[in-house]
Ligand binder design. Structure first.
Ligand SMILES: C[S@@+](CC[C@H](N)C(=O)[O-])C[C@H]1O[C@@H](n2cnc3c(N)ncnc32)[C@H](O)[C@@H]1O
Length: 375
């Protein structure tokens, strides 16, 4: 039976494990991040048209320009510090970082010449792509950190951003039997090749810590996900030393929507060629795999370590950030470049496009919320 190298790796790991099964989180980790065969592990692939899905970054440069405006506000609200870093994790091929840097240039903001640009990235293939794109623009002001923990020492002031990062973290899939939560694990069928689901006792203490938060009285068979990796990541981000703002943009739901009785099969999806479905065990390594963020949970962790946090839909947030630019348009038919930016604005903010489905969580430390996000 034909099988990809990644499927063989997963099958071998399943057969070598004591219970002949792996948690979905372990399978998702391999499918996305195996260094040779994982969907992301292989290196940055093309996003947007010609790729498997669009992100706000791949829509065009407007998104980065609006975030540049926010970074500048953060810098001013902190008193224009000499050392200020623009930090990104999940930077992919560096496109958002480039758009933010060019956005600062276009605003003639003094920060454009002073900011450091720091990417949290451990994968050398991504670092090489980011270096190729960004070094000509940023020169020696560009550097990397291997993990978020490296931000516990420096910078002291900064603006952290990530777009569609935590939705790509491995999640645990769980099922309510009517009496207890069990973990949905992946094993191989009797033919020895086909991946199939089965139930197993909860495997990790971190999963047990998450399931105690779930609502009681869900119907038997109710299947969903929990995100211990996203919660741990948010705690790690909270321990970073910088004063400033952390912006997390992604799609997701609040607790009551996520764990509503009607959503009885969770949010786990695969994406390929701009099509999506729930057949996540098919074509492992060839498709993006993702689950919605639980924003209630992420915000709970954010509030524990930042001075303030605010979560709003992307449409409202970007409309606020774009207010000055929109007011500056004089009502005459726009030049082609402005018309292109307005089309991007529409895609990013319209509730039927990205504006309603995506949310932006903004957390701050060492500055007032109203200085960067009035209203
Ligand atoms: C859906 S893509 C988004 C890419 C880009 N931010 C955008 O919006 O166009 C998710 C990205 O997160 C990266 N990623 C996942 N886990 C990561 C981690 N722990 N550190 C850095 N990048 C990570 C993946 O390699 C991939 O490039």
């Amino acid at each position: 039976m034909p099988s990809s190298p990644l499927q063989q790796v997963i099958r071998e790991r399943i057969l070598a494990s004591p219970d002949r099964a792996l948690s979905w989180a372990a399978v998702m980790e391999l499918a996305l991040y195996h260094p040779e065969h994982g969907y992301y592990g292989r290196g940055p692939l093309h996003l947007g048209r010609g790729g498997d899905f669009f992100t706000a970054v791949s829509v065009g440069p407007l998104y980065g320009r609006l975030l540049a405006g926010l970074a500048a506000k953060v810098w001013r609200a902190l008193g224009a510090p000499e050392d200020f870093a623009i930090i990104e994790q999940g930077a992919h091929d560096g496109r958002l970082m480039e758009d933010v840097a060019r956005g600062l240039d276009d605003m003639s903001c003094p920060l454009a010449a002073r900011a450091r640009f720091l990417i949290v990235e451990s994968n050398d293939k991504y670092r090489a792509a980011q270096c190729a794109r960004l070094s000509p623009v940023l020169g020696a002001r560009l550097s990397w950190a291997a993990t978020l923990d490296d931000l516990r020492r420096q910078p002291s002031c900064g603006f952290f951003m990530c777009n569609e990062l935590p939705d790509a973290f491995p999640v645990h899939r769980i099922r309510w039997t009517g009496a207890e939560w069990v973990e949905r694990v992946v094993t191989v069928d009797d033919d020895g090749f086909t991946f199939v689901w089965r139930d197993a006792p909860l495997l990790d203490a971190c999963v047990e810590d998450e399931v105690v938060r779930l609502p009681p009285d869900l119907p038997p068979g109710y299947t969903t996900e929990v995100h211990p990796a996203a919660a741990a990541w948010m705690r790690q981000l909270g321990r970073a030393a910088f004063h400033g703002v952390a912006l997390i943009a992604d799609y997701g739901l609040e607790d009551h929507e996520y764990y509503s009785p009607a959503r009885n099969d969770g949010t786990l999806r695969r994406y390929h060629d701009h099509k999506t479905d729930g057949n996540v065990l098919s074509r492992l390594g060839e498709c993006d795999l993702t689950a919605h963020i639980n924003f209630t949970r992420v915000m709970q962790e954010a509030r524990a370590s930042f001075e303030w946090s605010r979560c709003m839909d992307q449409g409202s947030c970007l409309t606020r950030l774009a207010a000055d630019w929109l007011r500056g348009l004089d009502g005459r038919p726009p030049a082609p470049e402005t018309a292109a930016l307005l089309r991007q604005f529409h895609t990013l903010t319209h509730p039927a496009h990205m504006g309603g489905r995506f949310r932006m969580c903004i957390s701050g430390r060492g500055l007032r919320k109203d200085d960067v996000l009035p209203g």
